[in-house]
Design a binder for this molecule. Sequence first.
Ligand code: CO
Length: 134
Amino acid sequence: MIGRLNHVAIAVPDLAAATANYRDVLGAKVSAPHDLPEHGVTVVFVELGNTKIELLHPFGANSPIAGFLEKNAAGGIHHVCYEVDDIIAARDKLKASGKRVIGDGEPKIGAHGKPVLFLHPKDFSGTLVEIEQV
Ligand code: CO
């Protein structure tokens, strides 16, 4: 069912410092910061040969990653995103397997303009999993 690793998202307390680390120390190609008010985050995309890293920083008052950064002051891996061909079929199979889909179960448009869903970390070895239809 799952395909490629689309991205690993890392919550960071200092977006400029994290971006500089990837660009200047690791020599990666990084994007400009993108504010995504509907997701409560500012994102910098780090392009790797085989996948992406997304550096996430809180945007606005009710950011979904603010609590995560309170518990992980240095930042940390927030979620991994796997590609699927058909997100509705994937959702239905996951639900039939007893996996919890976060929210109302309807895909939302994610940071790349494509439908995404998030799966409960307790069902996936303590890891928040995003699936994205590509
Ligand atoms: Co993501």
